[in-house]
Design a protein around this ligand. Structure first.
Ligand SMILES: Cc1cc2nc3c(=O)[nH]c(=O)nc-3n(C[C@H](O)[C@H](O)[C@H](O)COP(=O)(O)OP(=O)(O)OC[C@H]3O[C@@H](n4cnc5c(N)ncnc54)[C@H](O)[C@@H]3O)c2cc1C
Length: 391
C-alpha cells in the first residue's frame, strides 16, 4: 500500500485549499455562535455554500462527468473531507443525498434516474433524507413494516419512518419499503419518494442537543412512481447494504481531520488553564492524539480499498466503531480537563471561541447509535471481518 499522494492529488489539495481560503469568509463555529442565525438561516447558509462548492466543481468528485461529477477518485473525495474539516467550512446540507443516495444511484440506478436526480442533488435544489429506520426496525433493519402497495403502474406507501435526519428541510426521501411480506430480505424495495405531497406527514423531533435536526415521517398512501424504484423490485436490501457501507467508510478521513481541530483546542485550553505540564494531563491528551492516528491509519486502509476500485466492505465497521467511541472519550476528556468552560454552550458569553464541547459531548452519544450502533458494528466485525464462530 502506497500512502503517498501523487502530483495531481497534491495539486487538487492546493487548488481546494486556496479556494477555501477565499470562500470560507467566516468559520462555521462562528456562524453557529451568531444569535442572528436560527436553524433555518443556518440551513440556508449551508445551501449557499453547497452551491458555491458545486459551481467550483468540488462536489461529486468521484462521480463520472456525464452525471455531473468531476471524474476524480475516492482519494480526492477524502482530501475534500480533510481540507473542509480543517478550514471549519459549513457542512453541505445534502450530505445524505451526496454521501449515500448518489453512490446508490451510480451503482444501482437507471440512466434516467441519474440524469434526473444527481444534478439537483449536487446544486442543493433538492435536499434528500434517508428513510430506513422504523419504530421496531433499527438494528434489525430487515424487520421493516412500511409497505408499498401497487396502484396501477405505480405504488402507494403506507407506514412510518423515524430518526429521519434533515427530514424537516428535505424535499425527497429514499425509502426502504416492503413489497413482499413473506420474503424477509428479498421482499424489500428501494423507492425515491417526494415529501411535498398528500399522504406524507413529517414531524420534527427535538434532540438532546436542543436542535430538531431530525424527524419522524408518516406515509398514508403517498405516491411512489414505478420509474423511481432503484434497481429491481426486491433488490432493496442489497442496495441498502451499499448505502450503509458508504455511510460507514467512504469519507473516512473526515473524522480524524475534525479531531485534529478539537484536540488542538484541548491542548490550547490546558495551556491556558496552566495544566498542560501535569503528567496525568499530558498522558490523557497523548492517548487521544495516538488514538486519532490509529483512526487515521484505519481510514487510509479503507481509502486504499476504495482507491483499488472496491466498495467499502465490512471493515468500514471497524472505522465507524473507532471514531465514534473516540468522540465520546474526547469530549469526556474536555469536560475533565477544561472544567466548566467546556460545559458552556456556543453562545454563552465565556464559551471557548473555537469549540462547543458541550454540543460535541451531547452529540457524541448519537454517533455510537446512527448508521448501526457500536454493538452492531462489533457483531459485523466478529462475523464478517474476523469470521469468529457464531452460535
Ligand atoms: C442522530 C441519529 C440520526 C439518525 N438518522 C437516521 C436517518 O437519517 N435515517 C434512518 O433511517 N435512521 C436514522 N437513525 C436511526 C439509526 O440508524 C438507529 O437508531 C440505529 O440503527 C439503532 O436502531 P434503534 O434506535 O431502533 O435501536 P435498537 O435496534 O432498538 O437497539 C437498542 C439497543 O439494543 C442493541 N442491540 C440491538 N440489536 C442487537 C444485537 N443483535 N446485538 C447486540 N446489541 C443489539 C443496540 O446496540 C442498542 O444499544 C439515526 C439515529 C440517530 C441517533
Amino acid at each position: 500500500m502506497d500512502l503517498r499522494y501523487d502530483e495531481s492529488q497534491q495539486a487538487f489539495r492546493a487548488e481546494l485549499r486556496a479556494w477555501l481560503a477565499d470562500h470560507v469568509t467566516r468559520p462555521w463555529t462562528q456562524e453557529l455562535r451568531d444569535p442572528a442565525n436560527d436553524a433555518d438561516a443556518l440551513v440556508e447558509l449551508r445551501r449557499d455554500f453547497q452551491r458555491e462548492l458545486n459551481d467550483a466543481g468540488f462536489l461529486g468528485l468521484d462521480w463520472p462527468v456525464e452525471w455531473g461529477g468531476r471524474g476524480l477518485g475516492p482519494v480526492e473525495k477524502n482530501i475534500f473531507q480533510e481540507e473542509t474539516a480543517w478550514a471549519d467550512a459549513p457542512p453541505v446540507p445534502n450530505f445524505l443525498g451526496i454521501g449515500l443516495l448518489g453512490p446508490a444511484l451510480i451503482h444501482h440506478g437507471s440512466e434516467e434516474q441519474r440524469r434526473r436526480f444527481i444534478p439537483k442533488m449536487l446544486s442543493a435544489e433538492e435536499i434528500w433524507c434517508q428513510g430506513f429506520s422504523e419504530p421496531g426496525a433499527g438494528s434489525d433493519l430487515a424487520g421493516i413494516r412500511c409497505r408499498a402497495e401497487p396502484d396501477g403502474d405505480d405504488f402507494r406507501i403506507h407506514g412510518q419512518k423515524v430518526w429521519t435526519t434533515f427530514g424537516p428541510w428535505a424535499d425527497w426521501i429514499f425509502v426502504l419499503a416492503r413489497t413482499d411480506p413473506e420474503d424477509r430480505y428479498g421482499g424489500i424495495t428501494f423507492f425515491l419518494v417526494p415529501l411535498h405531497q398528500d399522504g406524507v406527514d413529517m414531524r420534527p423531533l427535538r434532540q438532546i442537543t436542543g436542535e430538531a435536526e431530525f424527524g419522524e415521517v408518516f406515509f398514508d398512501g403517498a405516491l411512489a412512481r414505478r420509474a423511481h424504484v432503484v434497481g429491481k423490485l426486491g433488490e432493496g436490501w442489497q442496495i441498502a447494504m451499499t448505502v450503509l457501507a458508504y455511510e460507514r467508510g467512504a469519507t473516512a478521513l473526515l473524522e480524524p481531520a475534525k479531531n485534529d481541530r478539537y484536540l488542538k483546542d484541548l491542548v490550547t485550553g490546558c495551556r491556558e488553564n496552566g495544566t498542560l505540564g501535569r503528567p496525568d494531563v499530558r498522558e490523557r491528551i497523548a492517548r487521544l492524539l495516538a488514538d486519532n492516528e490509529v483512526i487515521r491509519a484505519n481510514a487510509y486502509r479503507t481509502l486504499a480499498t476504495l482507491a483499488a476500485g472496491r466498495a467499502p466492505g465490512p471493515e468500514a465497521s471497524l472505522e465507524k466503531l473507532l471514531w465514534t467511541e473516540h468522540a465520546r472519550r474526547q469530549s469526556e476528556a474536555a469536560f475533565d480537563l477544561l472544567g466548566p468552560q467546556a460545559q458552556l454552550a456556543t453562545r454563552a458569553h465565556h464559551a471557548r471561541p473555537e469549540m462547543d464541547w458541550a454540543y460535541e459531548h451531547l452529540w457524541s452519544r448519537a454517533g455510537t447509535i446512527y448508521s448501526g450502533s457500536s454493538e452492531i458494528q462489533r457483531n459485523i466485525i466478529a462475523k464478517r471481518v474476523l469470521a469468529l464462530p457464531t452460535r
